[in-house]
Ligand binder design. Structure first.
Ligand code: FAD
Ligand code: UDP
Length: 370
């Protein structure tokens, strides 16, 4: 056997598995169809010298000590608490919804957490059975805030009505009774000091890893000699779409560089109105802490065409995924991990956690622990 493992995809999932296996002396062939490593977390300096995320803003946050400690071997960190403002009417208000959001939008002066709880109790829809992303929001904050901040944003992002999306989509966004305006509540809220691409490059530095860029799985499947394949691409592609295509949502990114140090009032501004074509604008310097006389801002236009970025969170797609998963589970010489292969709405830390778990299994370490 020339390689013990073929790992497909050099995103965070594939890179974590490759690193773990290589660190235990396994020979790994890592193939990546793009011209770079890092997957969707990939960052690079644009033509103006500003560090940008090619596939949209990536902010690291986790409650997992294991994931944080693991990645800390490959990067130093910069503390960064992400804040997002939502453009509603002519105003910028915090999202997740908090006390400030409600006071500003409705000209109120709610002073305490119990004031906010009382307000929400009056406006929220009671007794709703939570079956969809729409139900989640209506049951927490009622129809007006839903309309102003969630309904059209979600329609733009997913191309379908929130009523057909699973609850987990909007459950990602909490509602706060206090004035905490951070986007995330996790213990660790940090950015890799030198960027994600550099972090992943360090993960892949072992001599036991052979990296081939611009190489699709199907270029090497059956041609190279390897013991086991770890696949992190879209699972329906692996099986030649035999049960049909899974839904994935994509994004078209448009960037502009301004001759000013700061352009917008927060790292990310969301545009929840139906009139604006994009969902959000990211000004990268907030995230990276870079000092530069210019600034680059990237708008996100969700689309049905293009590379798969988001697994579609509908019941229909999940049911179709289950058919592929059953097929995948039956294969002894292949494992599937990551956002596209597991068809899960993973954040980066969840992808790494899943990859660490699989690595332990592949190395036989899970059995030893029992
Ligand atoms: P990917 O990053 O998709 O990597 C898979 C790799 O496999 C890709 O490089 C792909 O080219 C390659 N590949 C696919 N098929 C093949 C094939 N057939 N042959 C060879 N190679 C193949 N998470 C956060 O925690 N915080 C955020 O702020 C955040 N923001 C995000 C914003 C956007 C717009 C998107 C799309 C995602 C965001 N995420 C964020 C999620 C994060 O990107 C993922 O959780 C993480 O990158 C998943 O890593 P992965 O390796 O599983 O998948
Ligand atoms: N969402 C919304 N309005 C907002 C922010 C989020 O409607 O201002 C909804 C939308 O459906 C989105 C989901 O909440 O897809 C999850 O938001 P998150 O910011 O976690 O999305 P991601 O960063 O994964 O794109």
């Amino acid at each position: 056997m020339e390689y013990d493992f073929l790992v497909v995809g050099a995103g965070l999932s594939g890179s974590t598995v490759a690193e773990r296996l290589a660190s235990r002396g396994r020979k790994v062939l890592l193939v990546e169809k793009r011209s770079h490593i890092g997957g969707n977390a990939y960052d690079e300096y644009d033509e103006h010298g500003i560090l940008v995320h090619r596939y949209g803003a990536h902010v690291f946050h986790t409650n997992s000590k294991e994931v944080f400690d693991y990645l800390s071997r490959f990067t130093e960190w910069r503390g960064y608490e992400h804040r997002v403002l939502s453009r509603v009417g002519g105003d910028y208000v915090p999202v997740p919804i908090n006390r400030t959001t409600i006071n500003r939008l409705y000209g109120l002066d709610l002073k305490s957490e119990s004031d906010v709880a009382g307000y929400l109790e009056r406006v929220r829809v009671n007794g709703l059975e939570i079956r969809s992303a729409e139900d989640v929001v209506l049951s927490k904050v009622g129809p007006d805030l839903y309309e102003k901040m969630f309904k059209h944003y979600t329609r733009k992002q997913w191309g379908v009505d929130p009523s057909v999306l699973s609850p987990e989509v909007t459950l990602r966004i909490p509602v706060r009774l206090d004035e905490d305006d951070r986007y995330f509540g996790d213990t660790h809220q940090v950015m890799p000091r030198d960027g994600y691409a550099r972090m992943v490059a360090r993960m892949l530095s072992s001599g036991n890893i052979t990296l081939r860029l611009n190489t699709d799985y199907k270029d090497v499947a059956g041609r190279e000699r390897y013991g086991h394949v770890v696949y992190t691409g879209p699972i329906d592609y692996f099986f030649d779409y035999k049960y049909g295509r899974l839904g994935y949502r994509s994004i078209r990114f448009e960037s502009r560089t301004y001759d000013e140090e700061v352009h917008q009032p927060a790292g990310v501004v969301n545009y929840p109105s139906a009139e604006v074509g994009y969902t959000k604008s990211t000004e990268f310097k907030y995230l990276t802490g870079q000092k530069h006389a210019k600034t680059t801002v990237q708008n996100e236009y969700p689309t049905g065409d293009g590379e798969p970025y988001y697994p579609m969170m509908t019941g229909q797609d999940k049911a179709l995924y289950e058919r592929y998963r059953e097929e995948a589970d039956a294969l002894a010489d292949a494992s599937f991990v990551g956002r596209l292969a597991e068809f899960k709405y993973y954040n980066m830390d969840q992808a790494v956690a899943s990859a660490l778990k699989l690595s332990r299994k592949l190395l036989g370490e899970l059995e030893q622990q029992v």
